[in-house]
Design a protein around this ligand. Structure first.
Ligand code: PLP
Length: 507
């Protein structure tokens, strides 16, 4: 097994050993903890533990000779992978959990094993066609005309957003106009958009923040006013970035209203639907995402709500020509003659030349399970989210309340003074600006209490949650009900932890 050119039988033997280790790792997802001892939020001791582990694994010298496979697998699965937060544990409801669909992991292995280049149609028309199928299906799912739209796979949501930004910049700004360009987004827009701007050669100072409404959605009237103001000042607003599910609270912008403004003023609309796009498969999701199909480009993370393993994103562009223009350059590759112009040549639609068949990661599980399973899983998660919110509302007498209503499958909540006691001190409704110093102290106390509540819940190890700070400065606890290995039973155990935590911390 230590020869580079391994025989088919040798590979089979290797896979059998791998399968045992991987099966154990999969079992551990359902039975293992949501966090390990060196998880970041556990304070300075945890940081020290994390450093100790990392130094134990540090290797100065490249291994000159091979070693036993069992030892290697043990090191990866039982030492290295068992540190920090366990984001493949079934109870993981923090941030936006990634999917880790095992059928897709198997497809990745198959794809690496086949190791066929798919940059050009003529290199491998068969695998290219399978990927093209997936891209056209995704076009249908987001409401695009599959005959006009097309997409490009990327390493995740950040890169998928970057491609949308690049496409807009090459559609609307000549190189001479780059410094005049203005981009409109909100305070809730993911930071990867700013990175994307910079990568597309647009200075960070081009970003303008449009105010949000009370539900943290872009205010479409304010957006229109900003576009008009910037144009009057001689600048070129060329891109609006709306969100179909913000990371913070899951807020979905009013995509219909925003798209009307963009069309009226001839501005590119890019929607960061990295988290939200898959919900378009469900009726409730389609209501929430109404207008998505009007976007010029849409960033999607297949590793979030489509449940794939990490590092699969996709940018869909309404007009294929705009995607092609994003990457067009005036040089030929003399060593790659005979491009079939009418076919799908992915090298013209992305930064990558040598690439695997990314599409197989979704094509394979879709063939095995059928799209209805995704619809079902997403609907189920929407149901659980509604039920979780309902149960939290039942805890109002304890002082628990929703800080933001569920949006798709994300909600935030916090502990606040129970009804009747709110009068003696400030409530979390007082904004940080208007609060008196006594109430500011109270707010700080509440933030600390909620941080401790989060720790309490996570230490119980049924569900693992994260926190966030709302624009008014309040710390709230976030729940993202998405992970494919999450069960309702486990989620509902988390509600007991919340109730116990509040009782323990406030009595
Ligand atoms: C709304 C949103 N946009 C962009 C990103 C970045 O995506 P990725 O982490 O796949 O690069 C995230 C990640 O959580 C996100 O939630």
């Amino acid at each position: 097994m230590d020869e580079l050119r391994i025989s088919p039988e040798g590979f089979q033997e290797l896979l059998e050993k791998m399968t045992v280790a991987m099966t154990d790792a999969i079992r551990f997802m359902d039975t293992g903890p949501t966090r390990f001892i060196d998880s970041l939020e556990d304070g300075p001791e945890a940081v020290e533990a994390a450093r100790r582990l990392a130094s134990k694994l540090q290797e100065e010298d490249v291994p000159e000779t091979g070693r036993d496979m069992a030892d290697i697998l043990d090191l990866v699965c039982n030492v290295a992978a068992r540190s920090g937060k366990n984001d493949s544990a079934a109870g993981f409801c923090a941030y936006v959990p990634t999917g880790g669909l095992l059928q897709s992991a198997a497809a990745e292995l198959l794809c690496s094993c086949l190791n066929r280049a798919t940059a050009r149609f003529l290199s491998n028309p068969g695998l290219v066609q399978l990927e093209s199928n997936v891209i056209r299906w995704m076009g249908k799912i987001v409401g695009y005309d599959p005959g006009r739209s097309f997409g490009s796979f990327a390493s995740g949501g950040s890169m998928a957003n970057f491609i949308g930004v690049l496409a807009s910049r090459r559609r609307y700004l000549s190189e001479e106009q780059i410094l005049e360009g203005v981009v409109l987004a909100t305070s809730q827009t993911h930071t990867c958009i700013v990175k994307g701007l910079v990568m597309a050669g647009i200075p960070q100072s081009a970003m303008r923040l449009v105010p949000c409404d009370a539900k943290l959605r872009m205010d479409a009237t304010a957006l229109e006013a900003s576009i008009v103001k910037e144009r009057k000042a001689g600048r070129k607003p060329f891109l609006v970035v709306a969100s179909a599910g913000t990371t913070n609270t899951g807020a979905v912008d009013d995509l219909r209203a925003v798209s009307v403004v963009c069309q009226r003023h001839d501005v590119w609309l890019h929607v960061d639907a990295v988290y939200g796009a898959a919900f378009n498969l469900t009726e409730r999701g389609r209501d929430a995402l109404d207008g998505l199909e009007e976007a010029d480009s849409i960033a999607i993370d297949l590793h979030k709500s489509f449940f794939l393993p990490q590092a699969t994103g996709l940018t869909m562009v309404k007009e294929r020509a705009h995607l092609k223009r994003a990457f067009s350059v005036e040089t030929d590759l003399p060593f790659l003659p005979g491009m079939c112009e009418d076919e799908d040549n992915f090298l013209e639609l992305s930064m990558q030349l040598t690439r695997p068949c990314y599409g197989l990661r979704l094509w394979f599980p879709l063939q095995l399970c059928g799209l209805s399973k995704w619809r079902q899983a997403l609907d189920e998660r929407l149901d659980w989210t509604a039920e979780f919110a309902h149960e939290l509302r039942q805890m109002e007498s304890l002082g628990v309340r929703l800080a933001t209503e569920p949006s798709l499958s994300i909600l935030t909540f916090c502990y606040d003074s129970p009804p009747g006691q709110a009068g003696k001190s400030a409530s979390l409704d007082d904004s940080a600006d208007t609060a008196s110093s006594a109430s500011k102290e109270h707010i700080q106390h509440m933030c600390k209490l909620n941080e401790n509540l989060l720790l309490f819940i996570n230490q119980r190890d049924n569900i693992y949650l994260s926190g966030t700070t709302l624009p008014d400065g309040r710390f709230v606890i976030r729940v993202c009900i998405l992970y494919i290995r999450l069960t309702k039973e486990r989620l509902m155990r988390g509600l007991v932890d919340i109730r116990d935590g509040v009782q323990e911390l406030t009595t």
